[in-house]
Design a protein. Structure first.
Lengths: 353, 184
């Protein structure tokens, strides 16, 4: 009996040591990601690339290529594609951006003119109730925020550049060696939590993969609709605005509004008619409605099993902690937490019943 | 120089043993050398101390184990014994190197373990789980289909054994009731 007690003690101690080792590995990785600037975003983009490429890599592997070649091939092809596409579209895009840059002062002047006109009306209306000058306040606010933006630009550019180089580099190794890394991490997990961890890791992987692919599909759909709509309308900077709308669409709830804002500002600045602005708004609304009617119920809802209230709460908390990046990752993080919690709960509480 | 040679030999032997255990297992028997090497990279090697629980009855199970080295006791909770407040578990069988258990969990949807398994001595197991099977099917469907076919064969054989057992039990029950009728 005594021997039995000693044995069980050794088993329990070994389990604790292994659990501590796993916790330390995870904590260390998280610290590296959060402390080194730009690392988290590079890692997240690498994840996105990994999830997009994974089906292609698996397909190539099924065709009989070995893993390294299967991983290398999509990277080389997409690099070639990126070069080809940018040589085709970049001149147009940069031309659009350059004209936009030269025309922005004109728009600004127009918008200022407009606000001036309306501000006298507005001031008259507001000053009846509050003792503030709306126009001065608004100008000060705009100046403050644009100064901040300009001060951040060099910093933003360097992080973006390092992210753009680091992300594909990480993604390549995630696809090539990610499995063996997880395999080795699982080897450290204590025996009593092993099956649970393996299954949890598998489910999280499935859910994240589905989620990322669904979000990319949404962005592509929104971008395409906006592009087509703006082309049909004969609106300037169609390509640039469509790409912008597609990218901002990944920010939940406020993303679509941010995406539509530049087009509306340009329309106002160009003093387009009310009809054009209405059509413009309609294009963005149609893109969102199609997204809501097709992609969200068919794809996203099946992947993320969260109550709408939980989704909103998660987004608010994410936004409070990490800003826009926090909002983007809040839903997948919330669903991972839910999955982990339920699995552990079932493991610890349920099965003894 | 001797220790170097020993080391290489040992490593070689260890690798051989995992591969040879896999190749002798019914699930992987049809696979060629290349496919076995692929499986070897996917499965998990787990070490258990004597009296360490591998899994408990009613726990969620996601896969099977093959014994590389050591022995494993399979036991079930016996209601009658629990009522008599003796030991809860009754050992129903002891498995040895080369044996495997828990394969039903590979195909069950959130299945529960129907028995408890405990290492009877220091034991090395190969763990093969549902995510691993799905990975094989995704990356190399031809290998995956061979494994799944063998798995179906194993489950079919177990079903047949169970059916035979039930038929025999029914016969025995009929015999007993006939005997009771005869005595009355």
């Amino acid at each position: 009996m005594n021997l039995e007690v000693i044995r069980q003690k050794i088993i329990v101690r070994e389990r604790r040591v292994r659990l501590l080792a796993v916790a330390l590995i995870i904590a260390f990785s998280m610290t590296v990601l959060l402390v080194i600037p730009g690392m988290l975003s590079a890692f997240l983009i690498a994840f996105v690339i990994t999830f997009i490429f994974k089906p292609i890599v698996n397909f190539l592997e099924r065709r009989g290529l070995n893993r390294t070649v299967s991983v290398l091939l999509p990277f080389l092809i997409s690099m070639g594609l990126a070069i080809a596409l940018s040589s085709a579209f970049l001149p147009k895009l940069s031309e659009q951006m350059v004209t936009l840059q030269t025309e922005i002062p004109v728009y600004m002047a127009n918008v200022t003119e407009m606000t001036k006109k309306s501000s006298t009306k507005l001031n008259n209306a507001v000053s009846q109730y509050y003792k503030i000058n709306v126009f001065d306040e608004a100008t000060a606010f705009l100046q403050r925020s644009s100064n901040q933006l300009m001060a951040n630009v060099p910093n933003l550019l360097s992080t973006t550049l390092s992210t753009l180089i680091l992300a594909p580099f990480f993604a390549f190794f995630m696809l090539k060696d990610g499995r063996s890394f997880i395999h080795q991490l699982l080897a450290v997990v204590p025996n009593n939590l092993f099956e649970l961890s393996l299954n949890l890791q598998f489910q999280i992987n499935q859910q994240l993969g589905g989620f990322v692919r669904a979000r990319i599909l949404e962005s592509a759909l929104v971008g395409m609709i906006v592009w087509l709509g703006l082309l049909l309308l004969g609106f300037p900077y169609a390509l640039f605005l469509a790409i912008f709308a597609g990218i901002t669409n990944i920010i939940p709830y406020i993303g679509p509004l941010i995406g539509a804002a530049p087009a509306i500002v340009i329309a106002l600045g160009n003093q387009k008619s009310g009809f054009v602005i209405a059509v413009l708004a309609a294009i963005y609304v149609v893109a969102q409605v199609l997204d809501m009617l097709l992609v969200i119920p068919l794809v996203v809802a099946k992947i993320v099993d969260l109550h709408p209230v939980t989704v909103v709460l998660a987004i608010i908390v994410g936004g409070q902690i990490m800003g826009i990046l926090g909002m983007i990752i809040s839903i997948p993080v919330a669903s991972i937490l839910k999955l982990t919690f339920t699995e552990f709960y079932h493991h610890v509480v349920d099965f003894r019943g | 120089m001797n220790f170097l040679w020993e080391n290489i030999f040992k490593r070689f032997e260890k690798e051989q043993s995992i591969l040879s255990v896999l190749s002798k297992n019914i699930l992987f028997r049809n696979l060629n050398k290349r496919e076995l090497r692929f499986i070897e990279k996917i499965v998990h090697i787990r070490k258990y101390r004597a009296r360490e629980v591998i899994f408990r009855q009613n726990e969620n199970g996601v896969g099977m184990y093959i014994i590389v080295k050591g022995k494993v006791d399979i036991s079930v909770i016996d209601d009658i014994l629990v009522e008599r407040s003796q030991e809860k578990d009754v050992v129903i069988t002891r498995l040895e190197a080369g044996d495997f258990f828990g394969e039903l969990s590979l195909v069950e949807d959130s299945g529960r373990r129907s028995a408890t398994s405990i290492a009877a001595e220091d034991t090395v197991l190969i763990g093969f789980f549902k995510p691993d099977l799905l990975e094989i099917l995704e990356r190399s469907p031809s290998t995956g289909v061979k494994v799944v076919f063998r798995l179906a064969e194993v489950l079919g054989r177990r079903l047949k054994e169970t059916t035979d057992k039930i038929t025999q039990l029914k016969k025995e029950i009929r015999l007993v009731s006939e005997l009771q009728g005869f005595h009355k």
